[in-house]
Write a protein that binds this ligand. Structure first.
Ligand code: HEM
Length: 463
């Protein structure tokens, strides 16, 4: 019997020896698991350890700059990158009207994407001299190969799939795929520069590349995936492609300026990065309310799915706040020709990283990943495992962004210790979410069998 909030799933129509069963493609779960592992063992674990090490509260003060770079790349390339790659490879073919990408492509690609992350976590920060340089070069080259693979899969799918022309998601997906392609030579370049620095890339170069990847390779998918579904959840029509052209141009123009900043030095590099921040910040403030949602009720969602909508609202509000801080910091850098407004940039980066990246990953996974759609058919309301991550992440976001904003006025120790607290709350949120993914994946078979039995009625059993 169905209840309010149930997700109607198609019952299997034909069963028998001659009929090929439709097999749910579950390889996206491998990407989700790898992203979660990268967050829990890497990015969020370092978000606790690294600020404590930087203040000599735990061992590792001499490694602090390497741990900062490892943290940044594990969050961007591991947590955000693996999740975006896995979900994009799953949903872009469906949106574009193409067959799913086969496991013989997605599984080796996952291995290629995961290998450099292991190097960034276990080798680069802990080695010295030429060994650290060689590990960084290997991490850069492997990253390049993995990124080129993702770009090839998405690019081919978009070129062959005809559905969705003129829709906003398609422009963002195409721009995102091009950014994964551009990431390949950028990663190889990063490897070369870090090899010269015995495992440590020059700070301004690393910073500019991190912004380019965060906005280009990740940001386009944040706007694209939302634009197709989120307005509908909130009772609005998806924005047409033309309406999103302005925000898209600002976002991508800004990300492109960061690439130019990587090639420049001194005041010119600071001015290019400042212009990049100002443009892309404007793009986020303009685009997120249109493609996503910053207010209203998600009344078009089934009641059981509605708690996930607050992740989406909070993520987009944090993204707009990040955009405003980016625009302000960018204007200061342009005017000054220096890396001014560091507190604004640190706060903006973490509002974006914990908002449109982390909160949105958790919210959209709940709303669109099949494993959670099936779990929602269980006869129970959202439990604490489902609710707690939201409040933990909100606290982490507030403390981390607040600490960044205050970093110009409070002591270094206070900034770092507040960051470590935020890191611990964020880690716990991701751990609880991972436990819920595991629970949903373990129960998926049983829930699907229950759905099938209910669809066939009391007197008919599947053959
Ligand atoms: C509560 C969670 C987090 C905490 C406590 C945290 C903490 C920190 C700290 C202390 C720094 C070094 C700041 C400095 O010395 O200038 C940093 C840098 C950075 N963080 Fe986070 N972070 C968190 C989450 C994230 C997330 C989710 C992302 C992206 C998805 C991210 C991306 C970065 C990047 C790119 C850098 C700069 C790395 C570099 O300079 O090479 N962080 N973070």
């Amino acid at each position: 019997m169905s209840r309010a909030g149930d997700i109607p799933l198609e019952p299997p129509l034909v069963r028998g020896a001659g009929a090929a069963p439709v097999k749910e493609d579950r390889t996206y779960l491998g990407y989700v698991a790898a992203a979660l592992a990268s967050a829990l063992l890497g990015g969020f674990a370092l978000a606790v350890w690294m600020p404590l090490a930087a203040t000599d509260a735990v061992p590792g003060i001499e490694r602090a700059p390497r741990l900062v770079q490892a943290h940044g790349w594990l969050q961007l390339q591991g947590w955000a990158g693996l999740f975006v790659a896995g979900m994009a490879i799953r949903i872009v073919p469906r949106f574009a009207g193409r067959r799913p990408v086969p496991g013989r492509v997605t599984v080796p690609l996952l291995g290629l994407l995961a290998a450099p992350l292991a190097l960034r976590l276990f080798a680069v920060p802990w080695l010295d001299g030429e060994a650290a340089g060689a590990a960084a070069l290997a991490a850069g080259l492997l990253t390049a190969a993995g990124c080129a693979g993702v770009a090839a899969v998405l690019g081919w799918t978009l070129l062959r799939g005809r559905r969705g022309r003129g829709e906003a998601w398609r422009g963002f997906a195409a721009a995102g795929a091009l950014w994964w392609l551009a990431w390949a030579p950028l990663a190889a370049w990063w490897g070369g520069r870090a090899a010269e620095g015995d495992g440590l890339a020059p700070a301004a170069f690393d910073d500019a590349m991190a912004w380019a990847v965060m906005l280009g390779a990740i940001g386009n998918f944040i706007l694209g995936v939302q634009s197709r579904s989120v307005p509908v959840f909130f009772g609005r029509r998806p924005p047409p492609g033309a309406a999103m052209a302005g925000p898209g141009l600002l976002l991508n123009g800004g990300a492109g300026l960061f690439v130019l900043a990587m090639a420049a030095d001194g005041a010119a590099a600071a001015r290019l990065a400042g212009a990049g921040l100002a443009l892309s910040g404007g793009g986020l403030c303009w685009g997120l309310p249109l493609a996503g949602a910053v207010r209203g009720r998600a009344h078009r969602l089934r009641p059981r799915a509605r708690p996930a909508a607050r992740f989406v609202l909070a993520a987009n509000l944090a993204g707009v706040a990040a955009g405003a801080l980016m625009a302000a910091a960018g204007a200061a850098m342009l005017a000054d020709g220096s890396y001014a407004a560091a507190p604004l940039r640190d706060a903006a980066r973490h509002l974006f990283g914990l908002g449109p990246i982390t909160l949105l990953i958790l919210g959209m996974a709940r709303l669109i990943a099949p494993v959670f759609a099936v779990a929602r058919t269980e006869a129970r309301t959202a439990g604490w495992l489902e609710r707690a991550p939201f409040w933990l992440l909100l606290a982490a976001l507030g403390i981390r962004a607040g600490a960044g904003l205050a970093s110009g006025t409070v002591s270094y120790d206070a900034w770092m210790h507040a960051s470590a607290l935020a890191g611990a709350l964020g880690w716990l949120a991701i751990a609880l979410f991972a436990a819920d993914v595991l629970r949903a994946a373990r129960n998926e078979g049983r829930n699907l069998a229950a759905i099938e039995a209910a669809a066939l009625g009391p007197n008919r059993r599947p053959q």
